[in-house]
Design a binder for this molecule. Structure first.
Ligand code: PEP
Ligand code: MN
Length: 346
């Protein structure tokens, strides 16, 4: 940790900062320049609250040199983490597309959509049975009935399934049907849920909280990793800013930042980030160019009548177009998107 003091700090203030740092167990080294006085505080204290020093008289700022992100950090593991789900590997050279409706609405709907997305190259089927809706009056999902339908559709079309676990009490139930647990944006800091997921060994798709910094997001991943579950996939789904033209602001720069800071795979969800069907394709292209390890895309064959997120669902023909376009972009940056199986399925 480095403590910067104003050059006009008094001897008494400097002595006080040094005394406090020593009190907290740091090894202290003082150096000075014309513009400022710097104090290096050496010692590994991951839980130390830097505000204890920040608030002392004469202190301008405090930097943490080693951060608290440990297991999720690229410093602790140089190689990319590869997450295997059945025949699919997330985090390798292949860009993985996870797709399906926002909510599972009935058996026919999820089967129809599973067939479409599989035919065009999606590798994982997504759909919510427990929905985190802002309003308690909105459709909340079919619960276990929905889980049964998505599992059956996944099995029919040979697609692993990702679905959201909303609360601890559903964990066992969702575990019975899902191949990947999704943690939604609103639950990114539900620490008890993250701890429970850390005790499982099933992959967790951890969506970024819409007001979370990248550091906070990685700290949430740390909760799961520190419980012993190494299979965390990060998902950038847009953050809340002052801009209102789109549902959220797609923080594409988070993708290269996360790749630098962490060995965990990061996928991009332009559907929730942008929220408007006609802007999903260009932003999905941009996410692939930014080196996302995959995409999460909502698709619906009848979005006008969808029970949730219809306006952001791609129509089947748009999904097909998207897959063709991102394939070419992936190639340009030396990655690939697995073959689609249109001939086999349609
Ligand atoms: C979803 O994936 O359908 C969802 C509700 O996403 P988020 O948690 O990102 O809002
Ligand atoms: Mn949705």
């Amino acid at each position: 940790m480095i403590v910067i003091l104003d050059k006009s700090a008094t001897d008494e203030q400097i002595e006080n900062v040094i005394k406090q740092l020593e009190y907290f167990g740091f090894d202290v080294h003082k150096s000075g320049g014309d513009e400022y006085i710097a104090i290096g505080a050496i010692g590994v204290k991951p839980n130390f609250d830097i505000r204890k020093i920040q608030l002392l008289d004469g202190v301008v700022t405090v930097f943490r040199v080693t951060d608290q992100i440990n297991l999720a950090s690229r410093k602790s593991k140089k190689e990319n983490t590869l997450i295997k789900v059945k025949d699919v590997t997330i985090g390798g050279n292949e860009v993985i597309v996870m797709s399906g409706p926002c909510s599972i609405e009935n058996e026919d709907q999820i089967f129809k959509i599973a067939k479409i997305v599989k035919a065009h190259g999606a590798k994982i089927l997504r759909g919510g049975a427990f929905k985190p809706r802002t309003s308690p009056y909105s459709f909340q999902g079919l619960g276990e009935e929905g889980l049964k339908y998505i599992r059956a559709a996944g099995d029919e079309f040979d697609l692993p399934v990702v679905t959201e676990v909303l609360e601890i009490k559903h964990l066992e139930l969702v575990n019975k049907y899902a191949d990947i647990f999704q943690v939604g944006s609103r639950n990114m800091q539900n620490f008890p849920l993250l701890r429970e997921l850390g005790k499982t060994n099933k992959p967790v798709l951890l969506k970024r909280g819409f007001s979370a910094t990248i550091e906070e997001w990685l700290m949430s991943a740390e909760y799961i990793l520190s419980g012993g579950n190494e299979n965390v996939i990060l998902c950038e789904r847009g953050i809340r800013t002052f801009e209102t033209s789109t549902r959220n602001t797609f923080d594409l720069s988070a993708i290269p930042v996360v790749h630098q800071k962490s060995h965990l795979p990061v996928i991009a969800d332009p559907s929730h980030a942008i929220g408007l069907r006609d802007k999903i394709i260009p932003m999905a292209r941009a996410a692939i160019a930014a080196d996302a390890d995959g995409l999460l895309i909502e698709v619906h064959h009848d979005p006008t009548n969808a029970l949730s997120d219809g306006p952001q669902a791609l129509l089947p023909e748009q999904f097909s177009e998207l897959m063709l376009q991102i394939k070419q972009i992936a190639e340009v940056i030396g990655r690939r998107i697995g073959e689609s199986s249109v001939e086999k399925i349609l």
